[in-house]
Design a protein around this ligand. Sequence first.
Ligand SMILES: NC(=O)c1ccc[n+]([C@@H]2O[C@H](COP(=O)([O-])OP(=O)(O)OC[C@H]3O[C@@H](n4cnc5c(N)ncnc54)[C@H](O)[C@@H]3O)[C@@H](O)[C@H]2O)c1
Length: 372
Amino acid sequence: MTAHAARTGVWFIGARGSVATTATAGCAAVAAGLHPPTGMVTETPPFHGAGLPPLTSLVFGGHDTLDCPLPKRAEALAAGGVLPHGLPSAVRSELTAADEEIRSGGPLPGDTRTDEELVASFATDIQDFTHRHGLARTVVINVASTEPAPGADDSRLPASSLYAAAALRAGCPYANFTPSTGLRSPHLREAVDSCALPHAGRDGKTGQTLLRSVLAPMFVQRALPVRAWSGTNLLGGGDGAALADPAAAAAKNAGKERVLADTLGSAPEGEVHIDDVPAMGDWKTAWDHIAFDGFLGSRMILQTIWQGCDSALAAPLVLDLARLLARAHELGLTGPRPELGFYFKDPDGGPAGLPEQYQELLAFAERLRAAR
Ligand SMILES: NC(=O)c1ccc[n+]([C@@H]2O[C@H](COP(=O)([O-])OP(=O)(O)OC[C@H]3O[C@@H](n4cnc5c(N)ncnc54)[C@H](O)[C@@H]3O)[C@@H](O)[C@H]2O)c1
């Protein structure tokens, strides 16, 4: 295999968003040795020798309905403290190269194209990118704005499903890092069942839900019944604005609550709220309030405060997923990959607790290594 053919495409849906911009800039920075790969699980020792594509071999492109140039988007993230000061100029050429590979996607306001025309157009964009760069394969990852769950009577596919269908048509492995429908549309069932491609989803597990997936098993294992689990999130940025729509927030919260139901056996009392606070930008504060019972009915409370930079949490995981799915595709692995449940709030099967999910991921790394 030539060095050229061994390059791997990463096609972001939502390529100008905070997560995609941070992943694109971050990959260039780590590949150039400017920063360590903090938060990238695939850069830890269990993954050495697993045949994952090196970060230096990744080529970025994608779809976005926004037309702000990627270097400018990166400057805005640096001004908000998401990217280190000076990083956008240090990786400007990589950002410019990725920017030239971003297509406008859709549906755009007033778009008259049918679903079939949109899928065909998106698939052509992805195939064109793969062929022009002579890539061995391209992994498509959805990091676009969260959309409301589609209604039962909707005759059109949601945008996330149009892109997911396009990924399959273009012969690409696919991951849905958002709570949007993606491949989980009943209209795509046949295409998914017959696609012979590896795919994983949905909704990245990066902050509050990551913590929940660690804490919930603790209560179960110590036989401490959880009476109520309530949570509140404050965040800004594009994600905060998108989640100000109650229908989009409902899609997101369903994933957060699912982790508790899966682990505790039933959903405890309590809700999750998301408040858009634009001044916070990509920084999120998440509070959890957990009421639980102790011996002889003593009533106790655990409260947690998580303060994180959402894009910095998500970007390394997105790069991990691109590399793992590329390698799975190279080995001919197909279908939903429960081994990647470690990364998702709403995974494709597998255990619900983080330690068990990590063990599955390590076993997957071993399988990838053994196939060399
Ligand atoms: N950051 C995290 O920790 C985290 C965790 C889990 C899930 N997510 C999800 O990742 C997604 C991205 O988050 P973000 O902070 O980057 O949001 P963002 O608002 O910064 O970026 C979203 C991008 O999607 C683009 N977009 C919207 N509709 C589109 C369409 N039809 N076609 C193509 N592009 C479209 C927007 O123009 C924007 O550039 C969100 O759905 C979020 O819920 C993020």
